[in-house]
Design a binder for this molecule. Structure first.
Ligand code: 3HC
Length: 285
């Protein structure tokens, strides 16, 4: 199956990164947001990253312009009509995704694949919410999308072999290393990462060490690029809380249960870097 034109639903943190790497790999890429304000914000994020790439000598100004030339921002679903693949990276809500898929299916051809960047929802449920369940799968990217090499390809129960193969090939074409992940809560990476992050919070609650010392321990002792609390702040405490709850629902195992401190920090609005405060205070940093 030849994928030439790609649509990305959502130009937030993940969607903008996905749209950027798709355009950088030479695919004509349409990125859709619900309104102009969100679209401009997302496009500005892409432009900033590319400008940073030019500054760091990672790409030339011509290369940046070529990428931006392959990228079309839109707020109209009708503009997605030529897409061979639509990657959805919108809010983690089944009903909202269902509505978005219906709007995509109303304009794209019968051959068009739909992939969800969901980090935690059941991909089989998402596939069943469309009129083309055999052409739906998960494509789970990692933050920051342009820098993290991995993509998890998640096969839903109805996903066809052809769809699955096409998504593996597409992942490689955009410079990522795909792995086969099962349609189970947390797939592979979050299944291991989330209990580790939750455990770090439990250790903090038990007084095992300070935020700084636990972070330093895992960073310098294990060679992790970020300690668990820096990573929690980076991913977002609300996002981690949300994923943990879904995984706890799925497996009913205590290691996935969000610790009380995480719940309270989310309720207090301490969401990490994006809110200016999480385990670290970014106003001070
Ligand atoms: N353009 C091009 N290249 C850029 C760039 C830009 N704008 N900005 C940075 N880079 C390059 C740098 O030049 C550098 O390349 P080099 O290795 O060849 O020198 C590389 O990217 C790393 O950049 P920096 O040196 O500026 O930054 P760090 O070394 O501090 O790394 C990081 C930043 C990659 C974010 C690193 O800290 C990291 O890997 N952190 C862990 C992130 C992680 O775990 N993400 C997964 C979260 S979980 C998730 O997403 C799943 C979800 O479901 C929750």
């Amino acid at each position: 199956m030849a994928i030439k034109t790609v649509g990305v639903l959502g130009c937030g943190l993940m969607g903008s990164g996905i749209a950027q790497i798709s355009a950088a790999a030479g695919f004509k890429t349409y990125v859709l947001e619900v309104n102009e304000t969100f679209l401009q914000k997302g496009m500005a994020r892409i432009e900033k990253f590319l400008a940073g790439g030019v500054e760091k000598g990672k790409m030339t100004a011509e290369e940046r312009d070529r990428i931006l030339g392959q990228l079309i921002g839109t707020t109209r679903y009708a503009d997605l009509k030529a897409c061979d693949l639509v990657i959805e990276a919108i809010i983690e809500n089944v009903e909202e995704k269902r509505k978005a898929y219906a709007q995509v299916e109303a304009v794209v051809g019968a051959h068009c694949l739909i992939a969800s960047n969901t980090s935690s929802l059941c991909v089989t449920e998402l596939a069943a919410a469309t009129g083309r369940p055999d052409k739906v799968a998960g494509l789970h990217f990692f933050n920051p999308v342009p820098l993290m090499k991995l993509v998890e390809v998640i096969r839903a129960l109805p996903t066809s072999q052809e769809t699955y193969d096409a998504l593996f090939a597409f992942s490689r074409a955009i410079g990522k290393e795909p792995i086969a992940a099962p349609d189970r809560g947390g797939f592979i990476v979050n299944r291991l990462l989330v209990p580790y992050l939750l455990d770090a919070i439990r250790c903090l609650e038990e007084g095992l060490g300070t935020v700084e010392d636990i972070d330093q321990g895992m960073k310098l002792g294990c060679g992790y690029p970020m300690g668990p609390f820096t990573l929690l702040d980076f991913v977002g405490l609300d996002t981690t809380y949300y994923i943990a709850n879904i995984m706890f629902e799925e497996f009913r195992e205590t290691r996935f249960a969000p610790p009380p401190l995480l719940k309270r920090m989310v309720l207090a609005g301490y969401l990490g870097k994006k809110s200016g405060k999480g385990f670290y205070d970014y106003a001070k940093k």
